[in-house]
Write a protein that binds this ligand. Structure first.
Ligand SMILES: *Cc1c(COP(=O)(O)O)cnc(C)c1O
Length: 404
């Protein structure tokens, strides 16, 4: 078709792209020259700046968002084996974190319109499993999750909620910035995320006890990190009172993070524009369900996830392949965790047969290319390729209906 012919000479549209800014490269060179590569003054400065970005009192930098979630759960000091509710439509690492914290994941079905568990689904799952001690709430794709309503439906205070904001920063629930709504909020600086470093994470909170516990737990449970011990007047002495992780951030990473923070608002604005362009061009394609634009809050547009329903005429897999052939890379977020054999052995079994909405949408989800370096023309090309696929499937469908 025309799309296929065009692609021979047009640029491949990547699902995500990471551009390390010149300022970030200069900042890395400065840190390398300083000779201090591990957790030090850059991390401290990055933590302060990031806390400001998300309106939190404290920010603790970690090696990943996965580690931040595990550390937050460990800091809650729940009894071993306590049940922790979470969405099956999330990244596997977020559920591994629950397991590694010595706790038992309970999966709760999603609302197909937001792709996240709502209060009704949560109340039902809690009834099925007999109660949970904590919830990991994911703001999927960057859509604000109803954190307070979920906590209430689970019968828990906000102090027992951990937010997975790997698809932020830049999310608001109502007029509250996601960062200090619950006990701890966990962010990712993985290469494709909204504030990319390559690898890294951050835990933010308003609770000083949570912040100081995680500060120790991220570095072997030691009472003072190396930077503090070598500061003038610092002591070589430290104590260990907990089984900590090795999950600190290096000053090299923090330097990239600080430089990219300066681009963040501009990158977010670009994501918002591109999402609006997708919406305008795709809203009339039959059978394609577009992501909800939150009425109450702010979407960070980490992902633009559409649902390819039967009315579209082609399956998600067919559309994915057609777009790939047209030089357009898409992705799928996510394969539900209970579709992986490992998780079926570790999650609480009581809700496993009650995940029908998740199973239904799992075959329909498609994440379109979205990153701040896309051109308007790239979005137009993606939308044309999708419309093309719909039209040719519609013709094929009509032909097959006339067959005997
Ligand atoms: C990327 C991601 C994570 C993990 O982030 P890392 O920093 O790579 O550990 C966790 N949850 C969700 C929803 C993610 O997309």
């Amino acid at each position: 078709m025309t799309v296929l012919a065009q692609t021979q000479d047009s640029r491949r549209i990547r699902f995500a792209e990471t551009h390390v800014t010149e300022a970030a490269q200069e900042a890395v060179a400065r840190v390398l020259e300083s000779g201090w590569l591990s957790t030090g003054p850059e991390v401290t400065a990055f933590e302060a700046e990031f806390a400001g970005l998300v309106d939190a009192s404290y920010a603790v930098a970690t090696s990943s968002c996965t580690a931040a979630i595990e550390l937050a759960l460990r800091a809650l000091r729940l009894a071993p084996g306590s049940r922790v509710l979470t969405s099956p439509l999330t990244f596997c690492g977020a559920v591994h974190a629950i397991v590694h914290a010595g706790l038992r994941p309970v999966l709760v079905d999603i609302d197909p319109t937001t792709l996240m568990p709502g209060p009704e689904e949560v109340a039902r799952a809690v009834q099925l499993c007999g109660g949970v001690e904590a919830v990991v709430v994911v703001h999927l794709a960057g859509h604000p999750a109803p954190v307070a309503e979920v906590a209430e439906a689970a019968g828990l205070p906000l102090a027992r909620i951990v937010e997975d904001a790997a698809h932020g920063p830049g999310i608001r629930v109502g007029d509250r910035t996601v960062g200090a709504i619950s006990a701890a909020t966990c962010f990712s600086f993985y290469a494709t995320k909204n504030l990319p470093i390559g690898e890294g994470g951050m835990l933010t909170t308003d609770d000083p006890a949570m912040a100081s516990t995680v500060q120790r737990l991220r570095l072997h449970g030691m009472s003072a990190d190396a930077w503090r011990r070598y500061l003038p007047g610092g002591s070589w002495r430290y104590t260990v009172e907990d089984a900590g992780l090795k999950a600190n951030m290096s000053d090299v990473s923090a330097a990239i993070g600080r430089a990219h923070l300066r681009e963040f608002r501009h990158w977010q604005e670009r994501r918002r524009q591109l999402a609006a362009r997708y919406r305008a061009a795709l809203s009339s394609v039959p059978g394609l369900v577009l992501p909800d634009d939150p009425i109450d809050g702010t979407h960070s547009w980490h992902l633009f996830v559409v649902r390819v329903t039967p009315e579209f005429g082609s399956s998600r897999d067919e559309l994915f392949d057609r777009l790939a052939a047209a030089g357009i890379d898409c992705s799928v977020h996510f394969i539900p965790v209970h579709h992986f054999p490992y998780f079926r052995t570790v999650v609480d079994a009581s809700t496993l047969d009650h995940l029908a909405n998740t199973d239904m949408v799992a075959e329909q989800l498609l994440s379109l290319p979205l990153h701040p370096h896309l051109e308007d023309a790239d979005v137009d090309r993606v939308c044309e390729a999708i419309s093309d696929c719909h039209h040719t499937s519609a013709v094929g469908g009509a032909a097959s209906r006339t067959a005997p």
